[in-house]
Write a protein that binds this ligand. Structure first.
Ligand SMILES: *Cc1c(COP(=O)(O)O)cnc(C)c1O
Length: 370
């Protein structure tokens, strides 16, 4: 009897967890503060629990997530480190935070009162808006929040263990908004202390500020993008952790004048060979990169031609290409061998690397290596 192991062409996303550990070590060498590994959005698309473990191995001591839903799998995986969750509506089930022993971000009085009522004794981090105009308490409401938190703390209903902010332009190290954000954070800490709070943790910097702006370091940095090799400040080389490969499904020789893909946006100007790669926008390749992107195949960069479609992408292999059906295509990787990187894909798609890595679909077969 013949057993067919797999007849389906397999697009495989390899996650190099050793790169995550190395990145955390690199970042840790730039700050005296503690490192919180921010493993939101499935660990930036790299696998939340794996990335958390790899980051802890590299020296991170805590974990951070947006909603409580993102904290649960970490506890279920047996991770016992301190976890902070900072993005929950005031009606969230904060009893779950107590059950999971998760610390909570508090951006205003609604949250403070809800937490004090439903999760008495919870450890909280007060959030100050340090210039994003997005999350955290506005400065005009900060003093009131600090005093209300102090009252709640005196009654034993919360414990204020931290104050946090987030910088708006950390990817541009000299930007004036960062200095304003730092000043506002220092002011916010003074106000909190004057109200009688004694937060042991004060944390403002994420990856880019940790790497490029020592004045933003307080007792801790919250590192997300840097775990997976992204430094928006461009100051420190970190190691990308993803490699996406797929086998060519077919290779065909076509005459000049052959139009390719939906809308016929590309036509062969000469006879050539075309390869079909079984990944498309449903796998997370940005359609906007159609006609711009390249892949690595048979030892060379080759252009993506025609529109990237839902499940497949066509590559112009060139007239003399030795590539055959079944040969591997590297869509992106760390760049060691000449293959494109996720940073390049982001450029082709006019977006951030963050959006590329968090947009990869669950349909891709994933394999993690230590
Ligand atoms: C996502 C996030 C971080 C991590 O930022 P990176 O730039 O990805 O390191 C830190 N703090 C908050 C509040 C965040 O939302």
């Amino acid at each position: 009897m013949t057993v067919l192991m797999s007849v389906r062409p397999r697009a495989t996303l390899r996650v190099d967890l050793g790169a995550v550990t190395a990145n955390v070590r690199t970042i840790g060498s730039r700050t005296a503060g503690e490192l919180m590994a921010v493993v939101k959005a499935d660990g930036f698309g790299h696998g939340q629990v794996d990335v958390a473990r790899a980051a802890l191995a590299g020296g991170a001591t805590r974990l951070g997530v947006t909603s409580l839903d993102e904290a649960r799998p970490l506890r279920e995986a047996g991770l016992t480190q301190r976890i902070l969750s900072w993005l929950n509506p005031p009606g969230a089930d904060f009893t779950e935070a107590r059950r999971l022993d998760v610390e909570l971000g508090v951006p205003g009085l609604d949250h403070l009162h809800a937490i004090a009522r439903t999760a008495p004794g919870a450890r909280v981090h007060l959030q100050l808006d340090t210039g994003l105009g997005r999350d955290g308490a506005e400065p005009a409401r900060w003093d009131r929040l600090c005093r209300a938190a102090r009252d709640a703390e005196r009654d034993g209903r919360v414990r204020v263990v931290g104050v946090m902010g987030h910088l708006p332009c950390a990817g541009r190290p000299g930007h004036a908004a960062n200095a304003r954000g730092r000043d506002r954070f220092a002011w916010g800490l003074r106000v909190a202390r004057a109200a009688g709070l004694r937060p042991a943790d004060h944390h403002l910097a994420a990856t880019a500020a940790t790497l490029s702006d020592p004045l933003s370091h307080h007792t801790m940095s919250r590192i997300g993008a840097g775990l997976v090799g992204i430094d928006e400040s461009g100051t420190v080389p970190l190691r990308p952790a993803l490699t996406l490969t797929a086998p060519l499904v077919t290779v065909r020789s076509v005459p000049a004048g052959t139009a390719v893909g939906y809308g016929h946006t590309w036509t062969a100007r000469r006879a050539t060979r075309l390869g079909l790669v079984p990944v498309g926008y449903a796998d997370g390749l940005p359609r906007l990169a159609s006609g711009r992107a390249e892949v690595w195949v048979a030892g060379a960069r080759r252009p993506v031609v025609g529109r990237i479609s839902m499940d497949m992408t066509v590559v112009d292999l060139g007239p003399g290409s030795p590539a055959c059906a079944g040969d591997p295509v590297t869509v992106f990787g760390p760049g060691d061998h000449g293959e494109p990187t996720t940073a390049q894909w982001a450029g082709w798609a006019e977006t951030l690397e963050h959006e590329i890595v968090t947009g990869l679909s669950a349909r891709l077969h994933r394999r993690s290596t230590g």
